[in-house]
Design a protein around this ligand. Sequence first.
Ligand code: LMR
Length: 337
Amino acid sequence: MKRTTMLIGLLAAALSALPLLAAAQQPIVIKFSHVVATGTPKGKAADLFAKRAGELTKGAVKVEVYPNSTLYKDNEEMEALQLGAVQMLAPSLAKFGPLGVKEFEVFDLPYIFDNTAELHKVTQGPIGAALLAKLESKGVKGLAYWDNGFKSFSANKPLRTPADFKGLKMRIQSSKVLEAQMRSLGALPQVMAFSEVYQALQSGVVDGTENPHSNLYTQKMYEVQKYVTVTDHGYLGYAVITNKKFWDGLPADIRTQLEQAMKEATFYADSIAQEENDNALEKIKASGRTEVYVPTPAERAALKKAMIKTHAEMASRIGKETIDAIYKATGFNPAKM
Ligand code: LMR
C-alpha cells in the first residue's frame, strides 16, 4: 500500500513537471517589424539576422520578421516596441525625433556626409555609440547601425535647380531637419508613413519625395514619378533597436549568440547596400517609366548652397556639440560652404 502511494506520488510529480518541461522547450520569440520590402538592404539583413539567430542559438530563439509594414506602420512601431508588442525594429535614423531623441536628426542634415567612409567614422565610432546610449532612457536599446544609402529626389517634373522645387508638396519622414531641408528649397514638406507614400504619389496628395533607389524601386514609387534626380544630398540608414527590458532579461549566453548574429547581419547589410541601390537604379532606368537625371556640377553646387543653411538652422534642435563632433570626425568644414 505504502509502495503504491509512493508510486502515485512520483507519477503525480512527474506529470506536474510536464508543462514546465514543455515551456522550457518553447523558443524565445523575437518579433522583428520593419517597413521596407524584403529585397532591400534592410529587408535582406533582417532575414539574415533571423536565420543566424536560429542557427547560433540552436533553435532557442525564433526571430519572426514582419516586412513592409505588415505588423506596424512607422508611426506605430516605436510605441509597439516600448510596450513590448514587438521586440525588434530597424527604423531609419530620421524617425527618432518623435521618441524624444532629436540628436539622431543630425544624420538628416543635407551634405553632412560625402560618402559612406565618412559616415562609418561616425556610426562605427564613439559618436555613434553615444547616440545609441541616449535611447536607453526611453526603454530602448540600440544594437547596431545598418546602411542603406544616399537619397535622390523624385517628382513628376524635372528637379534640377532650387526653383524647380518651389511649391511642390514633398513627402518626408518624421524629422524636423528634413522639414527644414525641404523648406530651404521652397518646397512644402508633408510627413507621411512610408507605407502610404506610393498611393499619395499616385493620387497627387504629394508631388514628390526623396529616398535611396532601393526604396524608390521596391515600393514602385518610380512607376508614379516621371523624374528622379540623383542628388546624393543626404544619407538614409537605420538603427537596429530592441526593447531594453526584454534584452536585459535574456539569458547571458543567448544574448551573446544574438550579438554575434547581429554582428554578421550588420556586416552583410553594410556590404550589400551600395550594390542593392546601384542595381535598383539600373532597374528604374530599364523600366523606361522614369527619366533619371544626374545634375551637372553647377546644378549640384546650387542645390547644396540652398540646402546647407539647414545646418545652422537646426543646430539648436540637434545640439551644436553633436554637429561639431561629426564635423570633426569627418573633416567637414562649414566655413567652406
Ligand atoms: C522612409 O520612410 O522613407 C524610409 O525611411 C523607409 C525605410 O525604412 O527605409
